[in-house]
Design a protein around this ligand. Structure first.
Ligand code: NAD
Length: 338
């Protein structure tokens, strides 16, 4: 069977990681990535062997910079079966019209609204909803992290109410423009958009969220409080989490006190870009009292959505009908245990 041809529009934080992950699969391949300017990232993409496609007007800039260009963005649409759109949020509508005109499939990211596609994706919660779809949207890093733990818990023990506070990283490590670089900034418009975003995949869930931007770049940290429909135990919840795909349990007694040590662990594991694809839950920070469940989890914002994009391609391009088979295949190639 020939491989599905994947184009990446927007080779930034998410785009470069999705390109690397797709390149590791045996049922899909990267046919090219787009760059708007001849930056070091364009050079890095070429060094990794990707063909570069650029807007028509940028061709002279790339020529001046001595960077070889394969064609225009329209040429990429002709070469690809599916585009993974990793452009910054809110340009999706313009691009959706272009993908539609070109008759190709596209995956958008969490910076776009659910209404753009009408389908939002999470590998274990709703893989089949994107089956054969022309457009889908992989939910944001925070939403992906929340779904990774909420969905398995809700499957075994129904959730009556979920409340999460998201302590968000202010900027990505490679971003010198955003902040704050000092202090904590609450999102005062409540509840925040994260709860409704979870509901784009689990519409039946009662969830409300609050968020605080913190002057860190490493990871997001969530505090989650859940009212369960029946009494449970800490051991039962840990058992569910141990069995859940892309959930990694760690223990603070092993020196993993916070996000700094977690990202150091990612480096020690030898992962590509030291990425931590799993949502991380502190097992010694999980507590059940009667029907109330409390836990902390950390989300590596730059990478947790990467395996979900690979699975989303499989669902949309009808490469694998079974969600867990796709998850296992992707996990194996990225070094994710389960
Ligand atoms: P980024 O800024 O790191 O990368 C965006 C890339 O798109 C850059 O290479 C930029 O040059 C390029 N670009 C800008 N305007 C463009 C245009 N009009 N056409 C084509 N390319 C253009 O952004 P990112 O962090 O990778 O985010 C991409 C998407 O992924 C957003 O929807 C974002 O919300 C979502 N997302 C980001 C994170 C994160 O923490 N970084 C996590 C999950 C999801």
């Amino acid at each position: 069977m020939s491989k599905v041809k994947v184009g990446i529009n927007g080779y930034g934080t998410i785009g470069k990681r999705v390109a690397a992950a797709v390149s590791k699969q045996d049922d899909m391949e990267i046919v090219g990535v787009t760059k708007t300017r001849p930056t070091f990232e364009a050079q890095a993409a070429i060094d990794r062997g990707y063909a570069i496609y650029v807007p028509e007007g940028s061709i002279p800039d790339f020529k001046d910079a001595g960077l070889p260009v394969k064609g225009t963005i329209n040429d990429l649409y002709k070469a690809a079966d599916i585009i993974v759109d990793c452009t910054p949020g809110d340009v999706g509508e313009k691009y959706k019209a272009e993908y539609e005109a070109a008759g190709i499939k596209a995956i958008f990211q969490g910076g776009e609204d659910h209404s753009l596609t009408g389908i939002s994706f999470n590998s274990t919660a709703n893989y089949s909803e994107s089956w054969g779809a022309q457009f889908s949207r992989v939910v944001s890093c925070n939403t992906t992290g929340l779904l990774r733990t909420l969905n398995p818990i809700d499957r075994v023990i129904k959730i009556t109410n979920a409340y999460a506070t998201l302590v968000r990283r202010a900027a990505d490590p490679g971003d010198s423009r955003n902040g704050p670089i000092n202090g904590l900034e609450p999102t005062v418009k409540l509840p925040t958009h994260h709860g409704p975003d979870v509901k784009s995949v689990m519409p039946w869930l009662n969830i409300n969220t609050m968020a605080i931007k913190a002057s860190t770049t490493l990871m997001h940290l969530h505090t989650v409080v859940i009212e369960l429909q029946r009494e449970s135990t800490t051991e039962e919840i840990l058992g569910i989490m141990r069995a859940s795909p892309r959930v990694k349990l760690v223990n603070s007694r092993k020196g993993l006190k916070g996000t700094a040590e977690l990202m150091e662990l990612g480096k020690d594991m030898g992962r590509d870009r030291s990425d931590m694809y799993e949502v991380i839950v502190w097992e010694d920070g999980v507590k059940v009292i009667g029907k109330m469940l409390y836990y902390y989890q950390a989300v590596h914002q730059e990478s947790d959505v990467v395996p979900e994009n690979v699975d989303c391609i499989r669902s949309m391009c009808k490469l694998e009908e079974d969600a867990s088979a796709s998850v296992s295949k992707t996990n194996k190639t990225l070094g994710i245990e389960k």
